[in-house]
Design a protein around this ligand. Structure first.
Ligand SMILES: [Zn+2]
Length: 333
């Protein structure tokens, strides 16, 4: 099932029109009747077919309305304006990469351009859901998100004239990662940079404790070939290499060698930046950062914004060597 959802800004005029039509009809003038139907957004405004995984339906949304739902889902609305603007450009650029009109490749779930599942595309919740979540602050936060979108209307991040893979994450733990170290592919604008000022972030540093038995069992479940035994962990567990950003790239678990990302996923850790301390009491895993660490750090963007940087400076810091352009430019090719 497909639903067309118009933003409040488009719905209000429609309501006004409906009223006008009602009044006009009473006076015997039927000329306005054709306007009673809800008008589609202007032809030049791109639309997004979004698979809403929660409701199991595909929605047709004006691009900026979709982006409202993404920015509000992906970054706390309490963040400073320049950080929200940087997030708006990242989200718009990410979206352009999924829209055929801009040379992008749709995610394709249920035939949609994008889906609302953050493990596949970008997180998205509807405006109504956000307004409810924000409670008394709803109008204030909605205005902030609107402003971030308006200030950056149409702006996307480009490399070699094409939209970039605008990856972002919560916080790096102090330094972002090379795409090559995390995803195994060199991307010239996704390289490791310092990311100061993230200390307030949730999971900036975290600690996880296990008994020796629990630790061995959890990892043997995920990697049956590992063959860990609670008594021999000191000999069986070894970190082999780290990336420039400090995340573990490879470690040995008994008989197998796995990546830091696989270890992170097996234990549900916030980051692959970890240390492992094995003692007679048990095993402690300390982590730094939250997310894959590639691209823009959202808490780093917040810190830069609080320090007076604008969104262009934030994007230029986290995406090395990019330029900013507009959707119109890339649509023209
Ligand atoms: Zn998707």
């Amino acid at each position: 099932m497909r639903k067309t959802v118009f933003p409040v800004a488009l719905r209000l005029p429609a309501l006004t029109l409906a009223l006008l039509v009602a009044v006009a009809s009473v006076r015997g003038c039927f000329a306005l009747r054709a306007l009673r139907e809800e008008e589609p957004p202007p032809a030049e405004a791109p639309t997004v077919a979004l698979y809403d995984a929660k409701r199991g339906e595909v929605l047709d949304l004006p691009l900026e309305e979709y982006l409202f739902g993404v920015v509000a889902s992906e970054m706390p609305a309490s963040f400073p304006a320049a950080a929200l603007e940087a997030q708006a450009v990242s989200a718009r650029t990410y979206t352009a990469k999924r829209l055929a009109a801009f040379g992008g490749k749709p995610c394709g779930r249920h035939g949609a351009d994008l889906c609302s599942d953050s493990s596949c595309c970008q997180a998205w919740r509807s405006r109504e859901e956000h307004m409810e979540r924000w409670g008394d602050d709803a109008q204030f936060y909605a205005d902030k998100i609107e402003r971030a979108l308006e200030e950056t209307l149409g702006v996307v991040a480009l490399y070699g004239g094409k939209p970039i893979d605008a990856l972002y994450f919560s916080n790096s733990g102090g330094r972002t990662e090379d795409a090559a170290d995390v995803f195994g592919a060199d991307v010239p604008y996704l390289v490791s940079v310092i990311s100061p000022g993230e200390e307030d972030a949730s999971h900036y540093e975290d600690s996880f404790s296990y008994t020796r038995k629990e630790f061995a069992k959890a990892l043997n479940n995920a990697f049956p070939e590992a063959g860990l035994t609670a008594n021999d962990l000191e000999e069986q567990v070894e970190i082999l290499s780290r990336s420039e950003g400090g995340r573990v790239t490879e470690l040995r678990l008994g008989e197998v060698t796995i990546t830091g990302r696989e270890f992170r996923s097996a234990l549900g850790l916030p980051s692959a930046g970890f240390t492992i301390d094995i003692s007679s009491d048990g095993v402690e895993v300390d982590t730094r950062g939250f997310g894959h660490g590639v691209g823009m750090s959202q808490y780093g963007a917040r810190a830069m914004a609080l320090d007076g940087s604008d969104y262009k400076e934030i994007l230029a810091h986290y995406y090395t060597g990019i330029t900013l352009g507009t959707l119109d430019e890339i649509a023209r090719g």
